[in-house]
Write a protein that binds this ligand. Structure first.
Ligand code: GLN
Length: 539
């Protein structure tokens, strides 16, 4: 863990007004990025007002990807942005949902810790929140706290109150409040309107917080007068107002903030040393990401959720980063796995023109047979294949069935299969349906000498993040060679298949873990980099 260089931890609180989904998470991550670029040690945390305990039970179609930290927390996808923008590994401390706080307060009450006092939102819930925030902040120069939702939401009030109180506790000079607002565009008059943003600031002030920085998101570039107007109505210094129009790539945002001097405004506000920000590698990244003349690779993602692509956020970011590093661009074709369940659908035709396919993680029966067919097609046609978690399990099933093992399946799809090539992990038996019980977080994996995986990683042992309940059944591993696959990564005790690869295939590689969580925009993950290289060879 990083050590504070300046002694005292400073706090940056990021809230949002007007509406949700305007990029508050990216803004918080970008602030972290530019502060880290000044040599400061930075931690970051998301507070989510939902009454859930964690994101593990949230529907990914509605909430997007469930991100997994190294220590096995199931979190909001914003933590993925944080890790990518700050190039750090976060822990479960960085994800705080109301359910966790409520449970703690109620447990404490039952344990008699309140000594007969009336237990209340203020001060007990708000103190518990502050305690979590301060624990996460320990040892860092700056701790950034993003409060989910929109200020004024009923369920978010205890978090807003907690960050207001925390400002008093640590001293106003040691914290900065950043409010992200939205400027809607009115086609009829051809203007960007500031009124909802003005109201959103008033709402925040009404709750006792005066923002130090305003981030004004808009679809199009706002004219500079908007800054004077916002400043007049909100009382925020003009220098501390940033205009953030839509960017070609989210990775542009730190540079936009930096260009508008927000890093400087924040370090001055917080009395931190104003070192020059080192953003050279980030500049290079944005240059590569914006290179529209780079050759395009067409990648199919065979998936279950097509209406909310946030569900596969880290997969898409990992593909892009690998492509950019190789001087390419990717275009994703979203392929409905369920459609492939219809045997009349011509898979070759559906996948024609693609340089490779990815089968990402997933749960439940819907679309699973379709994913198995996609994996079979890749084995037959030698189309590059990258399987992630469930993508490995369907890879094993496809290989088994091709070799004549009729009805081979995963217990998840057919509990009565004659050949359970994927079955329930021993330590998962009886735990189905309860939150936070899967095999979660980092586990080591040893790479077999001479395998493609070992070559790609250039390492003998790797640590990767997991989130699964089923595993490859060891009873069948001896048959893999006959099926045209090999187990090229295994747990150190040899009991768990972690990676498989096609033995007579240019690139068929699949892992039981989720490599996408460890990929970084400036350091693409080796499995993704290898996949992109193989795709570039597809005729
Ligand atoms: N459903 C599978 C399992 O639980 C795969 C999980 C995943 O893809 N994350 O093992």
């Amino acid at each position: 863990m990083a050590k504070a260089k300046t002694g005292l931890t400073k706090y940056v609180f990021v809230t949002g007004g007007v509406l949700s989904g305007v990029g508050k998470g990216i803004t918080a991550a970008s602030i972290g990025n530019i502060l880290k670029a000044r040599g400061l040690s930075v931690n970051i945390q998301k507070c989510d007002p939902y009454l859930n305990t964690d994101a593990g039970t949230l529907n990914p179609a509605e909430h997007g990807e469930c991100f997994v930290t190294a220590d096995g927390a199931e979190t909001d996808l914003d933590l993925g942005h944080y890790e990518r923008f700050l190039n750090i590994e976060l822990t479960r401390q960085s994800s705080l949902m109301s359910g966790r706080i409520m449970r703690q307060v109620i447990d404490d009450e039952r344990a008699g810790k309140y000594l007969g006092k009336t237990v209340q939102i203020i001060p007990h819930v708000t103190s518990a929140i502050q305690e979590h925030i301060q624990n996460a902040a320990k040892g860092f120069d700056v701790h950034i706290i993003e409060v989910g939702g929109t200020v004024g939401d009923y369920e978010g009030l205890s978090f807003i109150e907690a960050i207001r109180e925390l400002g008093m506790r640590v001293g106003r000079e040691n914290c900065a409040y950043v409010h992200v607002v939205y400027l809607p565009y009115l086609g009829a008059s051809g203007e960007l309107k500031t009124k909802p943003a003005q109201n959103a600031v008033r709402e925040l002030r009404g709750l006792g917080i005066v923002p130090d920085v305003l981030v004004a998101r808009s679809e199009a570039q706002a004219p500079d007068e908007v800054i004077s107007k916002l400043s007049l109505f909100s009382g925020v210094d003009k220098r501390a107002i940033v205009l953030l129009p839509n960017a070609n790539t989210i990775y542009q945002v730190p540079l936009t903030l930096e260009k508008q001097n927000i890093g400087k405004v924040l370090v001055e506000r917080l009395n931190l040393p104003n070192k020059k920000a080192n953003v050279a590698s980030w500049h290079k990244l944005v240059e590569r990401a914006s290179n529209d003349s780079a050759p395009v690779l067409h990648i199919g993602i065979v998936a279950k959720y097509l209406n909310n692509q946030d569900t596969y956020m880290s997969v898409v970011e990992a593909l892009k980063s690998a492509a950019w590093a190789a001087g390419k661009q990717v275009r994703i074709k979203w392929i409905d796995a369920e459609k492939f369940e219809n045997t009349k659908v011509n898979i070759a035709k559906e996948l024609s023109g693609l340089h490779g396919i990815v089968v990402p993680g997933g749960f439940g029966k819907r679309g699973l047979e379709g994913k198995i067919r996609a994996a079979t097609f890749s084995l037959d046609s030698k189309l590059p294949y990258l399987g992630l978690c469930l993508g490995m399990q369907v890879g094993v099933i496809a290989a088994a069935r091709r070799a004549g093992l009729k009805g081979a399946n995963t217990i998840e799809l057919n509990p009565n299969t004659p050949h359970p090539v994927i079955h329930t992990m021993n330590d998962q038996k009886g735990k189905e349906g309860t939150g936070g019980t899967m095999r979660l977080g980092n586990y080591p994996c040893e790479l077999v000498e001479g395998s493609l995986a070992r070559k790609l990683y250039t390492a003998k042992t790797v640590n990767e993040r997991h989130r699964h309940r089923y595993e490859a059944n060891n009873k069948y591993v001896g048959q893999y060679a006959n099926w045209g696959i090999s187990a090229s990564g295994v747990s150190p005790d040899g009991t768990l298949v972690e990676i498989i690869e096609g033995t007579n295939h240019p690139f068929f590689i699949a892992s039981q873990f989720h490599p996408e969580f460890k990929s970084r925009p400036t350091h693409p993950h080796p499995l993704f980099a290898g996949f992109i290289d193989a795709c570039a060879q597809t005729k």
